[in-house]
Ligand binder design. Sequence first.
Ligand SMILES: *Cc1c(COP(=O)(O)O)cnc(C)c1O
Length: 441
Amino acid sequence: MPALLLSEQQIENLRSGTPLLWLNPAYGDRASAPARPEVEQMLAAEQRLARFAPLLAQLFPELAANQGLIESPLLTAPILHQTVNPLGGRTLIKADHALPVAGSIKARGGIHEVLCFAEQLALEHKLLSGTDDDYRKLRQEDARQLFSRYEVAVGSTGNLGLSIGIIGAALGFRATVHMSIDAKQWKKERLRKRGVQVVEHDADYGAAVAAGRAQSDADPYSYFVDDENSPRLFMGYAVAALRLKQQLAEQQIPVDADHPLFVYLPAGVGGAPGGITFGLKALFGEHVHCFFAEPVQAPCMLLGMAGAPGSEPLPVYDFGLQIDTDADGLAVGTASQWVCDTVRDQLSGVYTATDDSLYRQLLLLKQLESIEVEPSAAIGCLGPAMLNTTAGQQYIAHHQLADRLSQCSHLIWTTGGSFVPDSEYQGYLQKAIEKSNSKLS
Ligand SMILES: *Cc1c(COP(=O)(O)O)cnc(C)c1O
């Protein structure tokens, strides 16, 4: 096995499915991140989303009130705080479970990438005179005809497929989504209702992406959204950091040396949490501390980040794991190498969690804050408790944060849930209640 920055004990925890907090030894070591893109690309993504906003407001009535911007609220969670945060300070929720249009964090990245492609086509074919033109023109017949000649395709465990399929179909593209075996039936049905072609693969996420990529590459009119290797997705996700900064300022929540910010991000292949980390680091530097969170059965980013720069991330299968998790949004076996090499020095650490603990957090979010999320999206709630472990205390001591804990903000990123059909959500809730009852007896 190639060298990994993991102790014997950590490897044992990975193999046995025991939760752990891994602190990133490369944190702050700029040389360990060979692939770092320019911050200007994030600003360009923000501007692109702004150019398309008037069009999006027409295509999606739910965006009208927000002038076509796809954004979620920043919530304070004083009640949840008392239960999940032993460190003190304050607990916040970035409510991407309620992100409009796609119902998950995938809305920003996925939609941004399809808009990049649409913009490029429209400019090439002179349907837009320039980037200062009125993008609402792209609803007209000539643009729709152009787009209908092209396909947008993607491989997904579900949520990225929803995002790409919905925006692709709304603009008039042919859309094809290659779903992995973990993908939920209701996500497939929702897409088919919109005219999206859903290809079901009897294999994991990596295999669905590979099959989709191969099929798309064979068709010159097909554009493949490559979740494992996409700066366009990444930069769309990064825009969330700019929006969060504004929301923090509006709510007069400082982030500086005296008021550090901890952020807990659910991670699958790494693009969404990686993009957000990249953005937050550009804006807040050493005052923000980003942690990824993964199911014990799918710690692919942990393995990727613990590997050597420029090396292929190891699959979780090498550790005897089977991606056996209800957190379908995070059910990924191998991390994106590009993301690992991009944020290797920016990520503070990664923690893992059991499905049982995800259900407990899902129940707490519902009972204490009336927030309904899918299991993947509950994992961030465990962040403050993981920072209170021996490893977490080490991190706090190393960064000399112990005397400022009462001034820290802990931000839980809830990444998906508002599209989950009620019957499906009731099933999650039932399972959560049964688990908590059996704990008590
Ligand atoms: C996709 C997803 C994530 C993680 O995003 P990656 O880019 O795969 O790391 C987190 N939560 C939910 C609900 C998701 O669908």
